[in-house]
Design a protein around this ligand. Structure first.
Ligand SMILES: C[S@@+](CC[C@H](N)C(=O)[O-])C[C@H]1O[C@@H](n2cnc3c(N)ncnc32)[C@H](O)[C@@H]1O
Length: 271
C-alpha cells in the first residue's frame, strides 16, 4: 500500500494540534467527579502489568492491532511499515497512564493524550519521558478541546464512555474534534445479563481482576444506543466488532459477531 494518502483522508498540515489554552477546565457535563476520584486513587498502578489495570494490559495487544490496521486501511498506510502512522494526529481521550498513547506514538503518530484526572496526566507524562516519547498530555475535557476548535485525524475513545456523566455531551464533543474524513474508535461494554455476570460478578467479585465498583453496569451502553449517539453527532458507523476473553490462554481476541460483553465501534466523519 502507498504511504500517500488520498486527498479525502490526507491529514491536514496544522502546525499545532491543540491550542495550549484548550484544556484544564474539568467541570463540563461529561466529567463525573466520583469517577475521576476513583481513577486518581489508582493512578500509581497504571504501568504495573499485574496490578489494578491488568485487564487493560492484557487487552492491549488485540485493540492496538485493531486500531493500527483500521487507521492504516482508512488513511491508506502500510501496516507493515515501521512507523505507519507518521503524520496522523491522534487524540487519546481518557488516556489514563498512556497505555494506548505510547504505542500510537511509537507507530509514528502525533499523539495528544487527554484525561480529566490530573494525576493520570502526571503519571503518563513521567512514563513518556522515561520512554523518550514525545506525547502532548493534557489535563482537561474533550468539551474544552471542542470549544477551542481542535481537530484530529483520529479520536480514540477506549473504555471511557462507561465512566462519563453525560454520554451525549462526551460523544458530541468527541465527534466534533474528528476532522472531516477522519475516524473515531470507541471501545466499551454492552449492557447485557452476560456482561453483568462476566464484567461485574466475574471480574470484580470472583476473579478480583478489578477493584469492586470499578464499573456500574447500568452505565454500560448497548451497541444500538452507542451507534445512535454517534450518528446523532454526525458520524457514520463503519463497523462493530466484539472482543472476547479466552480463560485458557489468558488472552483476548476479536470476536466479530459477539458483541455481548466487550465491543468496539469504528465510526467515520464524512469528508
Ligand atoms: C478505564 S480508564 C481507560 C484508560 C485508557 N483509555 C485505556 O483504555 O487504557 C478510563 C479513563 O477515563 C478517564 N475519564 C473518565 N471520564 C472522563 C472524561 N469525561 N473526560 C476525560 N477523561 C475521563 C479516567 O480518568 C480514566 O483515566
Amino acid at each position: 500500500m502507498s504511504q500517500t494518502a488520498p486527498s479525502q483522508s490526507a491529514p491536514s498540515q496544522s502546525a499545532e494540534t491543540v491550542p495550549p489554552s484548550a484544556t484544564a477546565s474539568v467541570d463540563p457535563a461529561s466529567v463525573d467527579p466520583d469517577e475521576i476520584a476513583k481513577f486518581t486513587a489508582m493512578a500509581e498502578a497504571w504501568w504495573d502489568p499485574n496490578g489494578k489495570f491488568r485487564p487493560l494490559h492484557r487487552f492491549n495487544p488485540v485493540r492496538l492491532a485493531y486500531i493500527r490496521d483500521k487507521l492504516c486501511s482508512h488513511f491508506d498506510r502500510d501496516p507493515a511499515a515501521e512507523q505507519p502512522l507518521t503524520g496522523l494526529r491522534i487524540l487519546d481521550v481518557g488516556c489514563g497512564g498512556g497505555l494506548l498513547s505510547e504505542p500510537m506514538a511509537r507507530l509514528g503518530a502525533t499523539v495528544t493524550g487527554l484525561d480529566a484526572a490530573e494525576k493520570n496526566i502526571r503519571i503518563a507524562s513521567l512514563h513518556a519521558a522515561e520512554s523518550k516519547l514525545d506525547i502532548d498530555y493534557r489535563h482537561g475535557s474533550v468539551e474544552d478541546l471542542a470549544a477551542a476548535g481542535a481537530q484530529f485525524d483520529a479520536v480514540l475513545n477506549m473504555e471511557v464512555v462507561e465512566h462519563v456523566a453525560d454520554v451525549g455531551s462526551f460523544l458530541g464533543a468527541s465527534a466534533a474534534v474528528v476532522r472531516p474524513g477522519g475516524i473515531m474508535v470507541v471501545a466499551t461494554l454492552n449492557r447485557t445479563p452476560k456482561s453483568f455476570l462476566l464484567a461485574i460478578v466475574g471480574a470484580e467479585y470472583v476473579l478480583r481482576w478489578l477493584p469492586r465498583g470499578t464499573h456500574d453496569w447500568r452505565r454500560f451502553l448497548r451497541p444500538s444506543e452507542l451507534a445512535a449517539d454517534l450518528r446523532g453527532s454526525g458520524l457514520e458507523i463503519a463497523e462493530m466488532t466484539g472482543v472476547a476473553f479466552n480463560p485458557l490462554t489468558d488472552s483476548w481476541r476479536l470476536a466479530p459477531r459477539d458483541l455481548d460483553v466487550n465491543y468496539m465501534v469504528l465510526a467515520e466523519k464524512p469528508a
